[in-house]
Design a protein around this ligand. Structure first.
Ligand code: C5P
Length: 274
């Protein structure tokens, strides 16, 4: 009998706005962020096996394979789920890494969330939403919202999720200069005085810090804003991926083509908002 393989998509997570509203005693920042997901993303496939293993394929496999598997959020998620089993079970996990790493679009978090879902299905584990969210938050602040997988306002450090409908645009262009930014480093440089523009209703409070580190981000946002039909353009998460929102697929696809000409070496995709 052939083994059953279960595949779960790990969509990119885009912070359409990210407002920092406070700081906890442990140093984590309190956020208010509108998050949407895109059709484009990674993929997690699991199948029953005699030991736990992780194989990485896809466009960004080599970047990720340079790190030990124990540091990979997919591995950490698998260990966390395995700990909940009565009897030991194992799986061969395949991650198809299509999203650039350390790029502000929650690739690692989405992979972790998809791993939890896929293994719960494979091992027939019926966990409550509370139990799932507890594991998710321990893996990272963006994992609960990725587990939920629908447009939402997330607050706290990511544990409070309120689903919202987002209708301002249906298509999105993502562009990344293929230069990684460390989330911890960008957050650590946040000072309230850096964002005097609190009167701007929607913003990303980490954008100016990321631009100081990688000035190209400002050029990318300007180029996105200049494309036909762009509703708004901004940076996602702690960067460096920037996005442009569009009402039509035609506008998004032609914006992608134009950006590819301006920035031929950058990663750039056009996708649908889920
Ligand atoms: O939770 P995650 O592992 O994704 O966060 C990476 C780092 O980013 C944290 O160690 C913390 O320094 C910073 N961070 C923060 N406030 C948040 C989320 C992350 O300061 N809400």
């Amino acid at each position: 009998m052939s083994k059953i393989a279960i595949s779960v998509p790990a969509s990119a997570k885009i912070n359409l706005f990210l407002h920092i509203v406070g700081k906890r005693d442990d140093g984590y920042h309190l956020l208010e962020s509108l998050v949407v997901f895109t059709k484009y993303g990674d993929m997690i496939t699991v199948e029953e096996a005699s030991e736990l293993s992780l194989e990485i394929t896809g466009e960004f496999a080599s970047e990720l394979s340079a790190f030990p598997k124990e540091k990979n959020l997919v591995w950490k998620a698998a260990i966390a789920v395995q700990k909940l089993l009565d009897k030991p079970r194992f799986a061969k996990i395949t991650l198809t890494k299509n999203l650039p790493i350390a790029s502000g679009i929650g690739g690692g978090s989405a992979d972790a969330a998809a791993t939890i879902k896929a293994l719960c299905q494979l091992w027939k584990l019926n966990l409550s939403t509370e139990e799932l969210n507890k594991i998710a938050l321990q893996l990272g602040s963006d994992v609960p919202v990725c587990l939920n997988g629908r447009s939402a306002i997330m607050s706290g450090i990511g544990e409070e999720i309120e689903e919202v409908s987002f209708n301002e645009a249906s298509y999105i262009v993502l562009i990344n200069p293929l230069l990684a930014l460390s989330t911890a480093e960008v957050f650590s440089e946040f000072k309230l005085k850096l964002t005097d523009d609190k009167n701007i209703e929607q913003r990303n409070d980490l954008e100016q810090i990321a631009i100081k580190k990688l000035p190209i981000i400002a050029e990318i946002i300007t180029a996105l804003q200049a494309t036909d039909g762009c509703v708004s353009a901004r940076m996602s998460g702690s960067g460096a991926t920037c996005f442009g929102l569009y009402k039509t697929k035609t506008d998004a696809d032609s914006a992608k083509k134009k950006l590819k000409i301006i920035f031929p070496d950058f990663w750039c995709v056009s996708s649908k908002i889920l």
